[in-house]
Design a protein around this ligand. Structure first.
Ligand SMILES: Nc1ncnc2c1ncn2[C@@H]1O[C@H](COP(=O)(O)OP(=O)(O)O)[C@@H](O)[C@H]1O
Ligand code: SF4
Ligand SMILES: [Mg+2]
Length: 338
């Protein structure tokens, strides 16, 4: 399958009083054209920062290294002007906080119309544009969509703003959409609507989607492949069925046992003991070692490398290939969304 984005050894560091710290330490994964790949992991693992770094938005104090190849361009070294051009057209990002994207002094309708102008519908008449805006707002489940076109962001509730921003990003018809916790703040019905919309964007327009979430329910419903992130590294990546039924990394297996609760409000089913180590305080060997029931002496000595083909994992003592979670062999992938 054609690789749309190839991320290799992405690292994001910041200066600190005790020397540079790297919340994103070593991130490598590919996004294939037309697929939905889920990036999962507990809060504080570096998912959002990694995505922002790909877009050239990690901030002025960040040092970004490694590479992220998109259509012959390395997003890590590309000049800001080139990144701005890509962000306007090819790559769109949905942020957790809609206010960071919406312009407070422009109506929702004007902002979606502007996004349509950047997307494929450039030659539409103003009447057609208005119609498309209304249909986009109704697709994201915004009540009274025609009236909302004249509203300013502050006149909408948080959930409505989130949906307006999603409509704006869909209007651009990006080749790659990076969606960072796009449905976390939304109620389950709207959440399901938005996930269906993302799937449709992929089906109808062939867009690839990098879906960042702490919620395994969301990835089960939406993704083709999953990359699991822990303490600044990708520690396992595989097709969705392999991750759910044949996880090889003890952290992935732990997340599955604690699913629906990685960073959200619900009580864990079986929480992973301990916490994600902060960027400045990670162990020398495997970062998961202090929390891992399967740790061996060598796990303290060196960080395992990510190896494998379609199913990659980074662990000195992986779970057996035929391991399946014994308590839930017959459970369907369509778990309820948290
Ligand atoms: N601008 C920054 N300066 C220093 N540390 C940062 C900065 N941005 C993010 N971090 C650190 O990066 C780590 C990962 O954060 P984040 O990417 O938001 O995690 P996630 O999205 O997985 O919850 C956190 O420990 C956070 O404090
Ligand atoms: S390398 Fe060792 S400590 Fe790390 S996850 Fe694997 S078994 Fe556990
Ligand atoms: Mg985040």
């Amino acid at each position: 399958m054609e690789r749309l984005l190839e991320v290799a050894q992405l690292r994001v560091s910041f200066p600190s009083e005790s020397g540079p710290v790297s919340p994103v330490e070593d991130v490598s994964f590919d996004v294939h054209a037309g697929e939905i790949i889920g990036l999962v992991g507990e809060s504080g693992c570096g998912k959002s920062l990694g995505a922002l770094a790909l877009m050239g938005l990690a901030g002025p104090t960040a040092t970004v290294s490694g590479s992220a190849r998109y259509g012959g361009i390395d997003l890590v070294t590309a000049p800001q002007k080139e990144l701005e051009r890509l962000r306007g057209r090819d790559i769109a990002m949905i942020f957790q906080d809609p206010l960071s994207t919406l312009n407070p002094i422009m109506t929702i309708g004007a902002q979606i119309a502007e996004a349509l102008h950047l997307g494929a519908e450039r030659r539409q008449s103003s009447q057609q544009i208005q119609k498309t805006c209304v249909s986009l707002l109704s697709e994201v489940g915004l009540p009274q969509p025609a009236a909302r076109l004249r509203a300013y962001p502050h006149e909408l509730s948080g959930g409505m703003r989130q949906r307006a921003m999603i409509a704006m990003m869909l209007a651009r018809e990006p080749a790659l959409l990076i969606a960072d916790e796009p449905t976390t703040a939304l109620d389950p019905t709207v959440q399901a609507q938005i996930l269906a919309l993302l799937k449709r964007l992929r089906q109808q327009r062939g867009a690839a989607i990098l879906l960042i979430t702490h919620d395994f329910g969301v990835v089960a419903q939406t993704c083709d492949r999953i990359a699991v992130m822990y303490a600044g590294r990708i520690i396992e990546t595989a097709p969705v069925e392999d991750i759910f039924f044949r996880p090889r990394h003890p952290y992935t297996a732990g997340l599955l046992r604690a699913r629906a609760s990685l960073g959200g409000g619900e009580r864990p089913l079986e929480p992973i003991p301990g916490i994600v180590p902060p960027p400045g305080g990670r162990p020398k060997g495997c970062s998961f070692e202090p929390r891992c029931a399967l740790a061996r002496p060598e796990c303290r000595l060196s960080a395992p490398l990510l190896t494998g083909d379609a199913h990659k994992f980074a662990c000195h003592a992986p779970l057996p290939a035929r391991y399946s979670r014994p308590a839930e062999p017959a459970r369907s992938l369509a778990w309820p969304v948290a």
